[in-house]
Design a protein around this ligand. Structure first.
Ligand code: PRX
Length: 635
């Protein structure tokens, strides 16, 4: 069916027009022809953005793991499903076939069942990028448990917050993880988190680094012996289309992280269809996304999207700099990667290292290059295009979010002509709108505004776990009857979109979404700190870095020294994680505030970015005099 695999621009426009004119018919055809259902839907779509409520394929019954694994057993049981490349290049890669994946997921699922996990229970997965991470995720889906994967770089406090927010009954972790030349004591982090988590009844531990760890009697168990005993088949739980598949936390501009809840059927259909088209995956291709499964990119485009298409998906445990900065290209050559999907921050870091590390390797297998997570700057785009793709592999600059579940604005390779820094055109089914600040839609081309989506798409998050009101307030209140993304964008003369960045207090550092509030809360925990404000500023490699303005309680001059800076970053590492460390910390006597007491972050952002030409009217501030003082002492 041609709709499922778009091959040229004319076809894209045809498919797109159809997807907008008859969205229900469009998605129904795709769902009907490309997936296995125990029962088909009664309604393709019901929606009301004012509540907000969105339901896709209501009444349908399915299990996503049957679509991702079992159905490939008749045709491709011996094909590699997951290709695991360990941190250490001298350790052999592991090829897990669809048949083996089926067995391992079923065994894992049976262990979960034995431990009392049932449909609807929440299971927290805190694992490094080892096969068990994908297997545990799929095992939850097999039995209808809701997985909540937490990126294994988050601290114990961040982990505890996420476990408690969704009342997880179980944690799946490992003794530790490898990260380049270092090892990380994951189990120690879990133990510390669990001091604060009364909801957790059991912990299953994967052995990875063979370190000595503490096992709490009655709570913790090694998983290996349980898996050995477990039965090799597990009847999949029959799920409703709208049953939650997983929760994944993302930062908000204020308050707690938001547990975005994704559905089963809509998520499956959309991630599978986007994967097929955005990467032009063909039978036999080897696809590699360098993200971690702890982020949405890994959920949708390492696990579910590729496996739903019967693809071979690579999981890489390590980092781009170990044993040297040629590692990515070494892996591309070794496994003859056809589609390579990474983040601009990685591209910028690798571009700094010089071309010898690229030229050593044969990259001729590459067909499509992807970029995700933050705007890709022109220089990085050209470096990627010239040196990695050799001007032969189109770059798909894919814009999307944890909340959207799948890729929203992107070129279709070999169909959409690319343009550096532009995510280009909406994917079929996606109806973007640019809005001005008064809430009016800007319909013409060559405009910029706030990026909204006007019509539901199958993989949109359905709610925030435990807080539907916050879901409504955050995404559906800024503009009537529209989903607001929090991003700004411009549309050029031919209708291509370029994402210009966040318009709220979320800062994207190295492609990771960071809310300022939890970092400020952490900084304020330091006994010497009275108040703080954190903003982003441009950074060569990370895209943005963090700048902290900190008011100390007792500003005796000589007390301001580097130790304090180290201590503040240490607290951030403990409370949020090392990714949220501040690059610069300026101690100040005051922070500019409005008369209602709100910190004027706009001014602080400009000062931190060395862009003080147009600070706007500061005379209406409560304390206009602090602005000059901050400018005089900027780092
Ligand atoms: O600001 C946009 C930016 O990343 C945000 C979403 O972050 P997260 O939920 O962590 O998901 C990242 C992976 C999908 C967006 O609101 N962003 C993501 N992709 C792009 C991007 N900005 C510009 N261009 C992109 N291709």
């Amino acid at each position: 069916m041609s709709n499922y695999h778009i091959k040229h621009l004319e076809e894209y426009y045809q498919v797109y027009r159809k997807s907008v004119r008859e969205p229900e018919h469009f998605w129904e055809e795709i769902a009907e022809e490309h997936f296995l259902w125990y029962k088909k839907w009664d309604n393709v779509l019901t929606w009301d953005f004012s509540k907000p409520e969105v339901k896709w394929f209501e009444g349908a019954k399915l299990n996503i793991t049957v679509n991702c694994i079992d159905r490939h057993l008749t045709t491709s049981a011996n094909k590699t499903a997951i290709l695991f490349e360990p941190n250490n290049p001298n350790e052999a890669a592991e090829h897990i076939t669809y048949r083996q994946l089926h067995k391992r997921v079923c065994q894992f699922a049976n262990v979960l069942k034995d431990k009392g996990i049932k449909k609807g229970d929440r299971v927290c997965i805190y694992l490094p990028m080892i096969p068990e991470l994908a297997i545990a995720t799929l095992a939850c889906a097999r039995i209808g448990a809701i997985h909540s994967v937490v990126f294994a770089g988050f601290s114990s406090t961040a982990l505890a917050t996420r476990i408690n927010d969704s009342d997880c009954k179980m944690v799946i972790t490992s003794d530790g993880s490898y990260r380049g030349a270092k090892t990380i004591d994951l189990k120690g982090i879990v133990d510390e988190a669990l001091n604060e988590c009364p909801c957790v009844e059991s912990v299953l531990v994967v052995k990875r680094i063979h370190s000595e760890i503490n096992m709490k009697e009655g709570r913790d168990e090694w998983i290996a012996p349980l898996l050995e005993e477990a039965y090799e088949d597990c009847v999949p739980e029959v799920m409703d289309a709208e049953d939650p598949l997983f929760i994944l936390y993302t930062s908000g501009s204020t308050g707690m992280p938001k547990g975005m809840v994704h559905s089963t059927a809509g998520y499956m259909v959309y991630t599978a269809y986007t994967f097929k088209n955005v990467f032009q995956y063909k039978e036999g291709d080897v696809y590699w996304c360098t993200a971690d499964i702890g982020w949405i990119t890994g959920h949708s485009y390492i696990v579910y999207g590729p496996l739903a298409n019967g693809a071979t998906t690579v999981m890489f445990e390590g980092v781009p700099s170990y044993p040297d900065f040629g590692r990515f290209w070494d892996i591309v050559e070794k496994h003859k990667i056809n589609q390579f999907y990474t983040a601009p921050t990685a591209i910028r870091a690798l571009a700094k290292e010089g071309l010898e590390l690229v030229e050593k390797y044969d990259l001729s297998s590459l067909k499509v290059l992807g970029s995700v997570g933050e705007p890709i700057n022109e220089e990085a785009w050209h470096w990627y295009n010239d040196n990695i793709g050799k001007k032969q592999s189109p770059i798909v600059d894919t814009w999307w979010q944890t909340e959207t579940g799948g890729i929203m604005i992107t070129p279709i390779p070999f169909a959409t002509p690319t343009k550096p820094t532009y995510a280009t055109l909406p994917f079929p089914g996606i109806q973007p709108a640019l809005m001005d600040e008064e809430g009016k839609e800007l319909k013409e081309n060559q405009v910029s505004g706030r990026l909204c989506i006007k019509f539901p798409w199958p993989s949109m998050a359905r709610t925030i776990w435990g807080n539907h009101q916050r879901y409504k307030d955050t995404y559906f209140s800024a503009f009537e009857n529209k989903y607001f993304t929090g991003d700004g964008a411009l549309r050029d003369e031919v209708g291509y979109y370029r994402i210009t960045g966040r318009v709220d207090d979320v800062i994207i550092v190295s492609g990771h979404n960071l809310g300022t509030a939890p970092i400020e809360d952490a900084v304020n925990e330091h006994p010497a700190v009275a108040e703080s404000a954190i903003v982003g500023f441009p950074h060569d490699i990370k895209g943005n870095a963090l700048y902290g303005y900190v008011i100390l309680k007792d500003v005796g001059e000589g007390r301001v020294h580097d130790n304090l800076r180290k201590e503040i970053n240490q607290i951030i590492t403990e409370h949020v994680g090392p990714i949220a460390k501040l690059d610069k910390i300026q101690f100040t006597k005051g922070l500019p505030k409005t008369r209602s007491g709100k910190i004027m972050r706009r001014i602080l952002r400009k000062i931190a970015s060395n862009d003080t030409s147009n600070l706007g009217d500061t005379s209406t501030l409560l304390n206009p005099e602090v602005v000059q003082d901050i400018m005089d002492n900027v780092l």
